[in-house]
Design a protein around this ligand. Structure first.
Ligand code: SUG
Length: 444
């Protein structure tokens, strides 16, 4: 049976803005207050998707969430006769809260959920757990809509949807951004690697400056509920120095595909132990490690360029990987030098593609943050009712949809504009019909 790894990318929403909401995410903090371009952001993301699709990859889209999120404002005590009044109340009393419920952060689909494909699970079904995103308020409000969207796309007995983990520090979960899968081929049983920032019973070994967003306890709970086999599951701690340098998710410092793990020397607290555990769980085939030393690329340069927030692509009928990196990698001397070397030596990565995703990057989201990977068979793809798989026709429709509905620019002061709610709802209503998703939003 033909099996693929499908990239589901989060479409950027109409209220995309730079509010500086994420402590520990250097790009978010440094761009807070700057003017964004929702239209450019959405188009940049869409161009990445079509570029991958034109190269023969299976590519799909996830719709943005409904923002400003009025149900959250209601829960927080803002009142009014209409939704517009509620927004006006929040705008007057608490603009920072309003900014939080306007964030288009669902675009970073790598944080939407953790998925374990059928080949890895005891019951042979594909398991999903939406991330509770406990660490940041503006992200914690994504969970319910994420769950609704995943259920509307992945329907039927072959899929099992779990509720999010309980909230609270112990089970803080950031989804697939801290989860990788190593395998020989997508349809074979793989080894699932869960990376956590802190273990709640050993907080002292965690970071000192910035928060560790994923806990070991959350990772263990997901592995348990997905029915993963103990010998095929590995847990590893992120290097606390990496988190303190701005690596708020593991996918900012490591990326894996099939049997290749590309990471920085300071990605993991105990890299030797990790290799031993991965190698012994993996079986006969070999894992290939490409580890970049601090001498070649410092943690600072890795965070500034997002070198490791790249997508490792194995294009159809090719034996070597393409690396999709943000354009910022071409602008950082050490990183560009490293990538030139990588392309010219005989490494399994033999081509680097540079993409402009600046709008997302300015909030700390590179190519890998924007995508959620799901292993699917050809049959599962064909049986999916939602029209989310990207082809030239859908690309054209989405481009046209963005051009009609999105603003050219948005400043956090514009979040007070009541028209933003109406514009956004009109756009999302139309989109959910275009993608055949049904009523996925509370306002519908
Ligand atoms: O959670 N930024 C996101 C970026 C997420 C990137 N995802 C992965 N690494 N997988 C975050 O910090 C910034 C929003 C703002 O500041 O307006 C934000 O939410």
């Amino acid at each position: 049976m033909k099996t693929f790894e499908v990239n589901f990318d989060g479409l950027v929403g109409p209220s995309h803005n730079h509010a500086g909401l994420s402590f520990g995410n250097r790009a978010s903090s440094s761009h807070g207050g700057q003017t964004s371009s929702p239209k450019q952001a959405a188009l940049q993301g869409l161009e990445k998707m079509i570029s991958l699709s034109r190269q023969g990859m299976k590519q799909a889209v996830l719709p943005p969430h409904d923002r400003p999120h009025v149900p959250s404002l209601r829960k927080l005590g803002f009142t009014g006769k209409t939704d517009i009044d509620i927004i006006a109340h929040a705008a007057k009393k608490a603009p920072k809260i309003l900014a939080s419920v306007c964030s288009s952060s669902s675009m970073w689909a790598a944080n939407s959920a953790t998925v374990s494909p059928f080949a890895d699970t005891e019951d042979g079904r594909t398991h999903f757990t939406p991330a509770n995103l406990n660490s940041m308020f503006h992200r914690s409000i994504e969970t319910d809509t994420t769950s609704t969207i995943l259920k509307s796309i992945f329907r039927g007995d072959e899929y099992h949807h779990h509720p999010a983990l309980p909230s609270g520090q112990t089970y803080s979960d950031e989804g697939a951004a801290n989860h990788s899968r190593l395998c020989s081929s997508y349809g074979d049983q793989g080894v699932e690697l869960f990376v956590y920032g802190v273990c709640q019973t050993d907080i002292a070994s965690g970071p000192k400056i910035f928060p560790a967003r994923q806990t070991r306890q959350a990772s263990e709970a997901i592995a348990r509920s997905h029915g993963l086999r103990a010998g095929k599951t590995v847990f590893a701690q992120q290097h606390p120095r990496a988190i303190d340098a701005g690596v708020f998710h593991n996918d900012v410092i490591a990326v894996a595909n099939k049997n290749l793990l590309f990471c920085h020397q300071l990605a993991f607290a105990d890299p030797l132990l990790l290799r031993r555990e991965l190698d012994s769980s993996f079986g006969d085939d070999k894992i290939i490690y490409i580890e970049v030393s601090v001498d070649k690329v410092s943690l600072k340069d890795a965070v500034a360029s997002y070198l490791f927030n790249s997508q490792l692509l194995l294009l159809p009928d090719q034996a070597n990987y393409n690396l999709i990196v943000p354009i910022e990698c071409a602008e950082n001397r050490a990183v560009k030098c490293y990538l030139d070397e990588l392309e010219s030596d005989h490494s399994p990565i033999n081509a680097v593609q540079y993409l402009d995703l600046r709008e997302s990057m300015n909030n700390g989201g590179g190519p890998a943050c924007l995508r959620f990977r799901v292993v699917m068979t050809q049959k599962q793809i064909e049986e999916t009712k939602a029209q989310v798989f990207l082809d030239e026709a859908l690309y054209k429709d989405l481009k046209h949809w963005i051009e009609r509905h999105y603003r050219e620019s948005l400043h956090i002061k514009d979040l007070l504009d009541p028209n933003l709610l109406l514009e956004s709802r009109t756009a999302l209503d139309e989109l959910s019909q275009l993608l055949c998703l049904g009523a996925i939003y509370e306002f519908q």
